[in-house]
Design a binder for this molecule. Structure first.
Ligand code: SF4
Ligand code: SF4
Length: 204
């Protein structure tokens, strides 16, 4: 549905969406580098070589609608086809359907997956360095700028964009989760988001 809608958007609107997610992609690159530099050792040793990754259990995955939109915007058609085929061919088991022998099939794995660190990994890496603790805390704060709706955030805007286009999805947690809706109401971000969307609609 996301792919189909995006494929029919005018070029200028598509360019606006890609521009809108640019700083988020920078943030994701920063998290990826941090994880690669400090956690790839322990994660390979503890989980991937034994194929028991506690990060990638079937019950653990939470995907936001914006995770899907961002991946469709940045992936090739082939990469999205692979995700869809994998889902359709799912045969069950304990691991997440998207985990294969090379790791996660998503181009940009869902943000909840990206930010998860188990206690063992935290204890082994972060507990040894104040500077790493502070860097990780900085990345967690940055994540909230895109996902935590105490102000107008990207994940909320992307859901709103599709809702305005007449689409709906149970993954639109920023518009459906009671907890997040309460948070938005408390901070008035719904009102701000609508005015951003109105401004954008006026430009196109
Ligand atoms: S964060 Fe923990 S559970 Fe996840 S892959 Fe690394 S060691 Fe394994
Ligand atoms: S989506 Fe990717 S990172 Fe997330 S649980 Fe599944 S395989 Fe792991």
């Amino acid at each position: 549905m996301v792919r189909q809608y995006l494929s029919h958007l005018p070029f200028a609107k598509l360019r606006w969406l890609k521009q809108r997610i640019k700083s988020y992609v920078q943030f994701r690159k920063a998290v990826h580098s941090f994880q690669e530099e400090h956690f790839s050792g322990i994660c390979s040793k503890k989980c991937f070589t034994s194929r028991t990754s506690a990060c990638c259990g079937r019950e653990g995955i939470i995907t936001f609608f914006a995770d899907v939109v961002i991946n469709v915007l940045l992936s090739t058609n082939g990469q999205i086809d692979t995700l869809l085929e994998t889902l359709e061919g799912d045969t069950g088991g304990f691991n997440c359907v998207y985990l294969n022998e090379n790791g996660c099939l998503w181009l940009w794995k869902p943000i909840v997956c990206e930010m998860f660190l188990c206690v063992a990994a935290k204890n082994s890496v972060l507990a040894k360095s104040e500077s790493l603790v502070s860097k990780w805390a900085g990345l967690c704060r940055r994540e909230r700028r895109y996902t935590w709706p105490t102000r107008s955030v990207l994940f909320d805007e992307l859901e709103g964009f599709f809702l305005n286009g007449g689409f709906d999805s149970p993954l639109m947690y920023l518009h459906k989760s009671p907890g997040l809706l309460r948070l938005k109401a408390r901070h008035g971000s719904e009102v701000r988001q609508k005015s951003v969307l109105r401004r954008e609609a006026g430009k196109s």
